[in-house]
Design a protein around this ligand. Sequence first.
Ligand SMILES: C[S@@+](CC[C@H](N)C(=O)[O-])C[C@H]1O[C@@H](n2cnc3c(N)ncnc32)[C@H](O)[C@@H]1O
Length: 346
Amino acid sequence: MYLELSFDLGAVDSQAAEGACWACGASALTFVDARDDAVNHPTKSGPTCEANSSPLDKTPYFVGTPVNHPTKSGPTCEANSSPLDKTPYFVGTPVLEPAPGEFRLWPRTRLRCLFAGECDAPAIARALGAALGLDPMSIEVRAVADRVWEREWLEHFHAMRFGHRLWICPRHERVSAPGAVVVALDPGLAFGTGDHPSTALCLTWLDAHLAVGARVIDYGCGSGVLALAAAKLGAGEVHCFDIDPQALCAARENAAANGVTREVQVHEHAGTLPPAADVVLANILSGPLCALAPRFASLLRPGGEIVLAGLMQHEVEDVTGAYAPCFDVAPFGESDGWVGLAGRRH
Ligand SMILES: C[S@@+](CC[C@H](N)C(=O)[O-])C[C@H]1O[C@@H](n2cnc3c(N)ncnc32)[C@H](O)[C@@H]1O
């Protein structure tokens, strides 16, 4: 059993609030949009508890000093340049990814803190109130039953079709549609079930365009959902890479569960990815996508295809510009404000 104490941040400094909660013995903290909280939990019934809620879910607002953007400087097409240490910034474009050390909040932010086991809620509320200048009575308290939180969302994950024949299906379900190409998926703690519009765009592209026998790279593979889809659709070899070890682990497990370990290779380092790929898939975010353009140029054969997702409509121009030296990319689809770009290597 856990106790959850929650309060609107108001004028309280977020870091001070965080520090006070840790000092009172909190075992987990979650900043949430108070407006969502009011909609989702009008009777204070149960947290969504996304301690690591994705920046993809919604556009947060800046607090504190805005980032200064130096002059636009897109990457060039040099295969051996190191793109990652010179992430470009673009003038006049909202930057969705937080800068190092930057902490973004909503106009009305609520802090939820979880306390494990037996604890004295009124005493904690008084201590927090004293430390942060809050009325202890304004701090809400409720009991939260212990659950396997990282598995809770699976209740909402069901088989989905992309394009004509490609299905992503949780491992506990079955698809019986005639001609269905089925990827059985458990994303573990990694991103990628197909329910995000940018993943859906890439899956739909694969269903429509992937050539049998292609050499594919899934860069930023998350759960491996795109790699597995490519393998099931007939790719000859698929190479995955991600900077998140959880993602590599999930991709490996999902490849084994789908019987495609021969086709799908998971790379721990980008440096071992093979050159001369026919297709590179990258569903990341606009900033990394721009920075990675030279690397992708070095991984694709001339005429090879690039599929980019994770960017929003207002970022299309910048990403297209970053790829212009080596690629002809153009939008191929849009969903819920998210845009997919595809094109060929010159
Ligand atoms: C939005 S998820 C996409 C996952 C999956 N490919 C999909 O389409 O659903 C982005 C993934 O890219 C990874 N990522 C972010 N920046 C990266 C980088 N510079 N290099 C490699 N992977 C990166 C993240 O760890 C995350 O797993």
